[in-house]
Design a protein. Structure first.
Ligand SMILES: NC(=O)c1ccc[n+]([C@@H]2O[C@H](COP(=O)([O-])OP(=O)(O)OC[C@H]3O[C@@H](n4cnc5c(N)ncnc54)[C@H](O)[C@@H]3O)[C@@H](O)[C@H]2O)c1
Length: 405
């Protein structure tokens, strides 16, 4: 490939990082994955597991080499805690691009208890800062691409379309009106979202002080499992989380439908959320890699989502196609019962993204995955039992509570 880049993918063993690594490798880039494998360790501790039988990282990489002839390197480093190993690797590779997926990524997990809250803050803030500081310390000029979330803005938009990062503010004074672009205000609803708000300031600082080229991708909730590359071989299969801590809503509904569990809608299901299919995630990453900001530019912020839906509309859709029952259960989260959400994604569309949407049949594919691996489903991992404050109640179906009592 003519413009092949050396790309470091932090968190490249995870749900979004793994298919991104394969996609960018297939496009001809030289890929190195850094991952501490902490997600696999957390799964083991929770007694949860990916529904799909993900193979070890070594087996995954060997299968990729066997199928495509392409090599992806792997380094087991904790970027939040192993700074010396990180700097050594960075000084060897001198990456053109660093894509940072390596954070604790579940809002529910971050609200489980004091240990999880502290871990999420320590891991996400420290890891992100170490990557930025190491690049500067070594005099490198990588394009730094970070995965944030649309959820960072809270879900109380008052009808405003969420812009891509910045909001023009007009301040009237006696003689003139002053105008400034400010970061669109965040309104985090969990410790996880709070860390995503906080790292935005790290990015502003390093872009200003050290002219680092930084892209912040504010992603919607990712659904689906497979991409063109992960489908090439069973050993390349992507992870599918359906448990209360890490499962995202649509994958959870599809799983519940397959195992005959009612679709657990929290509260009225009037929460509107932004979504993106995993295939579009990897395409967006390829687009972002090819379009870095210039040195000295402000942080480029793009909303990486393709559609919005209410939770109850999603449940209805899954129920119609599967015949599953819907159960409106208590909401274990401390959030507005109903909200609207409008999000601008003009930049990715203008850069050529052609979104895959829910209506286009990929739900069937995800459902087929859920059916194929039903035997691996651990049923008691499905209900949302941890609450975000003492005032919330678990999001479980009443009959299950009786059975568990
Ligand atoms: N999955 C979604 O729906 C979604 C939505 C919006 C944003 N995001 C963001 O995308 C990123 C990736 O999410 P994901 O769904 O792939 O999560 P994931 O948990 O599947 O993957 C994260 C990976 O990072 C690794 N990791 C975590 N901390 C690390 C550290 N300190 N050092 C090295 N490796 C570390 C984990 O072992 C794991 O393999 C996250 O930052 C997340 O906030 C995800």
């Amino acid at each position: 490939m003519k413009n092949a880049k050396d790309i470091l993918i932090v968190g490249g063993d995870g749900f979004c990082g793994w298919p991104t690594a394969l996609h960018l490798s297939r496009l001809g880039h030289n890929i190195t994955i850094i991952d501490s494998l902490v997600r696999r360790a957390i799964d083991a501790k929770l007694g949860a597991d990916s529904l799909t039988p993900i193979t070890s990282v070594e087996e995954r990489l060997a299968a990729w080499k066997e199928k495509t002839g392409l090599t992806i390197a792997f380094e087991n480093i904790d970027v939040a805690r192993e700074f010396d190993q990180l700097t050594e690797l960075l000084s060897t590779i001198k990456p053109d691009t660093i894509i940072h997926f390596g954070e604790q990524r579940a809002a529910s997990y971050s609200m489980k208890g004091i240990g999880e809250k502290r871990y999420t803050v320590d891991n996400n803030i420290s890891g992100t800062h170490s990557l930025l500081a190491a690049a500067v310390e070594l005099g490198l000029d990588p394009h730094f691409v970070h995965l944030g979330t649309v959820g960072v803005y809270g879900y109380d938009d008052g009808g405003i379309e969420i812009p891509e990062g910045y909001l023009p503010v007009y301040v009237p004074s006696e003689n003139k009106i002053y105008q400034q672009d400010v970061l669109y205000p965040t309104n985090p609803g969990s410790v996880y979202h709070m860390t995503k708000s906080m790292v935005q300031l790290l990015f502003q600082f390093y872009a200003k002080n050290d002219a680092l080229r930084i892209t912040g991708l504010h992603q919607g909730i990712v659904w689906g499992t497979q991409t063109e590359e992960t489908k090439l071989d069973e050993r390349l299969i992507n992870r599918f989380d359906y448990d209360e801590d890490y499962g995202t809503v649509l994958n959870r509904f599809l799983m519940q439908a397959v195992v005959g569990h009612p679709l657990t809608v929290h509260g009225t299901g009037g929460q509107t959320r932004a979504f993106i299919h995993i295939q579009d995630t990897v395409k967006c990453l390829a687009i972002a890699v090819e379009n870095p900001p210039k040195r000295g530019d402000k942080v480029a912020i793009l909303n990486q989502m393709t559609e919005t839906h209410t939770v109850r509309a999603l449940a209805k859709l899954v129920s119609e196609t599967s015949g599953a029952k819907i159960a409106y259960v208590d909401n274990p989260r401390n959030e507005a019962a109903e909200n609207g959400l409008r999000v601008s994604n003009k930049i990715f569309i203008s850069l050529g993204l052609e979104p895959v949407t829910l209506a286009e049949g990929l739900m069937d594919e995800t459902q087929q995955i859920a059916i194929k691996y039903t035997h691996r489903c651990i049923r008691n991992m499905i209900p949302c039992t941890s609450t975000w404050t003492d005032d919330q109640r678990p999001g479980v179906v009443y009959t299950e509570k009786i059975r568990a009592a």
